[in-house]
Design a protein around this ligand. Structure first.
Ligand code: ARG
Length: 387
């Protein structure tokens, strides 16, 4: 019997998949990655076994997710098409990496996922797995299996006594982890329709947020946030805390039409309170400490890094080399940023750093001015001379 490790979420698709793969005479190992989605893993574990999995793995990947995926992307300033903080995209290479490890440990010959053939996630899972373990067979049954509608799958589940939650049927397709939440489908498929309030779970409706602003200070060390208002946090706790503060102030909602890898545009809604706060603060700190040329060069890398992440190219040579360069650029990204959160907005109102390149004596228009304005004339003549 061939062994397959299935990335199992506990949802309808992957629940049916356990049975479906078994019927194709695979020995199915269900693998669940805990990236902070808050699933009831114990219940899903029982269900997977009831449905026919021979074994279930539940791996807590939260710390690794934050430290090796979220923070490097933060340091890189990676925001896809200037709006998407990549919460889903960042989790995929991590989930794939451990899926491959489980497959190797179990001597499985195949791995499977429950992504459709229209999305980005299939690409991210498969490209990562292919790079890390080229010999593994990759199975993506949703692209070809016989079920055309959700109803047909529910039918199949009922016929085969597969336990599922049909009660919480929602018109939306969502993905959640500790760094953020993605929402698509339903009325959102019309880009002209305003998203209904019911789709949000991490962020409060800005209209219902406190009537006075919340100020927070985020302290960074070499590009990584370490303290909030003078309290030190471990990495996962820090993200949770920023999600709570940001979410309570309605911060982090994104409504966008994005370019998918497979060539279509799609309307997506994101909730990313911690990401919004961290990226806003980090960008501002870099503006204070990096020299102009490094900063401008960094902005170009950011765009590229976001593309690489979105495109599933996390484990490629160029992406790793960009990490090395970004790391070097973070040596002086240490300091504190003060932000004002208010009814959905997240504004920087103060920044300081021991490595600040801001020189008040040069910048001031007051009487402490040390800038020699006479030098400007020669500078401008040479600057414009080539033209
Ligand atoms: N468009 C986003 C991405 O490609 C989110 C996909 C989320 N998946 C979902 N089932 N809603 O990263």
């Amino acid at each position: 019997m061939k062994k397959v490790v299935l990335a199992y979420s506990g949802g309808l698709d992957t629940s049916c998949l356990i049975r479906w793969l078994k019927d194709k005479s695979y020995d199915v190992i269900a693998y669940m990655a805990d990236v902070g989605q808050g699933s009831d893993f114990k219940t899903y574990e029982k269900r997977a076994l009831m449905t026919g999995a021979s074994k279930v793995y539940i791996l807590d990947l939260k710390k690794e997710f934050v430290e090796d995926y979220v923070f490097p992307a933060l340091k890189a300033g990676a925001v896809y098409e200037h709006k998407y903080y990549l919460a889903t995209a960042l989790s995929r290479p991590l989930i794939a990496k451990h899926q491959v490890k489980v497959a190797q440990k179990e001597k499985a010959t195949a791995i499977a996922h429950g992504c459709t053939g229209k999305g980005n996630d299939q690409v991210r899972f498969e490209v990562t797995a292919k790079i890390l373990a080229p010999q593994l067979e990759l199975l993506a049954p949703l692209r070809t299996w016989e079920f055309k509608t959700r109803e047909q799958e529910i039918d199949y589940a009922k016929r085969n006594n597969i336990p599922i939650d049909v009660s919480k049927k929602s018109p939306y397709s969502t993905d959640i982890n500790l760094f953020g939440r993605s929402i698509e489908c339903g009325v959102l498929e019309d880009p002209w329709q305003e998203p209904p309030q019911e789709i949000y779970v991490m962020t409060e409706n800005p209209l219902k947020c406190p009537n006075k602003p919340t100020y927070i200070e985020v302290e960074f060390e070499k590009g990584i946030p370490v303290k909030i208002d003078d309290t030190k946090y471990e990495s996962v706790a820090l993200i949770n805390q920023l999600n709570a503060i940001g979410g309570a102030n309605g911060v982090g909602r994104v409504d966008m039409v994005e370019n998918r890898l497979v060539g279509i545009k799609s309307r997506e809604i994101y909730e990313n309170p911690a990401g919004t706060i961290m990226h806003t603060a980090h960008r501002e700190l870099e503006a204070l400490v990096l020299d102009r040329e490094t900063l401008h060069y960094k902005h170009q890398i950011s765009y590229r890094y976001a593309e690489m992440t979105y495109y599933g190219l996390w484990e490629t040579p160029l992406k790793h080399q960009m990490d090395a360069m970004v790391q070097k650029m973070q040596e002086r990204v240490t300091g504190t940023v003060r932000l004002k959160l208010y009814k959905g907005s997240c504004e920087v109102v103060g920044r300081k750093s021991p490595y600040s390149r801001y020189n008040e004596e040069l910048a001031t228009y007051g009487d402490k001015d040390k800038f020699d304005q006479k030098l400007a004339e020669g500078f401008i003549r040479l600057w414009g001379m080539p033209y």
